[in-house]
Design a protein around this ligand. Structure first.
Ligand code: FMN
Length: 242
């Protein structure tokens, strides 16, 4: 057995971003056919996107998915997960239709059991999954501990994030150019409490701009305030924040 989870863009009626073309007919036909094919799974539609999870015998899932992929009632089909399974996650549903996948216990269980696969999704896949599933609160990365690690930014976040907080700019400045120990960031108390600091770092991780490595040098002096403040001040001017 195998499963496939994909997200696709709804083809909506003119002037309607939310009601997909022919969904009711398509859905009842699909349920009937899935029962014959012993396909189970879930489908949800939100913000102009479908998410569908299909599970069943390998060949049957592949054949059905290749039909679904070329269905003109949706487009931009992006596969998030495709892997062999020993048992079904939706055994009782030939196609469970849910308004909010995020609140469906079976869907959440499936996500929880496959959290490792979520962390290897690329940026586009993560964004698409994020329409249906709050990655920030449930990604394994968001619960990681940075203790004893060195951190460095691979790129700066966009201006919207920077505008939210001068602390974010200060932290960006500190993590630019070379890896910096998390423990020193914490001890300096320039970035709020541990919870506040972790929240910003987790945001950087979600954006995939944070490099986290094992710390080699724990004793980098904390006092780089002068140069960082100058940098921060220049950034503020550059960003038009004053
Ligand atoms: C978002 C979406 C999900 C679909 N899901 C299913 C499904 O679970 N099962 C199914 O039989 N058809 C599904 N369909 C419809 C198929 O694309 C196809 O129209 C259907 O299998 C009938 O194909 P056939 O008449 O060639 O046998 C879906 C279509 C769309 C747009």
């Amino acid at each position: 057995m195998k499963c496939i989870t994909y997200v696709s863009k709804v083809v909506a009626r003119k002037n309607s971003a939310v009601i997909p073309v022919g969904f009711a007919n398509m859905f009842s036909a699909a349920r009937k056919k899935n029962a014959e094919l012993q396909i189970t799974g879930l489908i949800s539609c939100r913000s102009g996107y479908y998410i569908q999870h299909l599970e069943g015998d390998n060949n049957i899932v592949d054949q059905l998915f290749s039909k679904i992929k070329s269905d003109s009632r949706h487009h931009q089909v992006t596969v998030l997960f495709e892997f062999e399974i020993a048992q079904r996650s939706f055994p009782e549903w030939n196609m469970k239709l849910v308004a909010t996948a995020n609140e469906d216990a079976s869907f959440l269980k499936f996500m929880d059991q496959n959290s490792g696969k979520i962390s290897s999704l690329d940026n586009t896949q993560r964004q698409l999954l994020g329409i249906f599933y709050g990655l920030k609160s449930s990604s394994p990365n968001s619960r990681r501990s940075y203790e004893g690690k060195s951190l460095m930014l691979l790129a700066w976040p966009d201006l919207m994030l920077l505008r939210q907080s001068p602390t974010v700019i200060k932290l960006c400045a500190q993590l630019t150019a070379q890896p910096y120990p998390y423990n020193s960031l914490l001890e300096s108390r320039r970035f709020g409490t541990q919870r506040q600091l972790d929240k910003i770092l987790q945001k950087f991780e979600t954006l995939e701009i944070l490099s986290v490595t094992d710390s080699l040098k724990q004793n980098i002096p904390v006092n780089r305030v002068g140069s960082s403040t100058r940098f921060y001040s220049k950034m503020k001017t550059f960003l038009g924040l004053r």
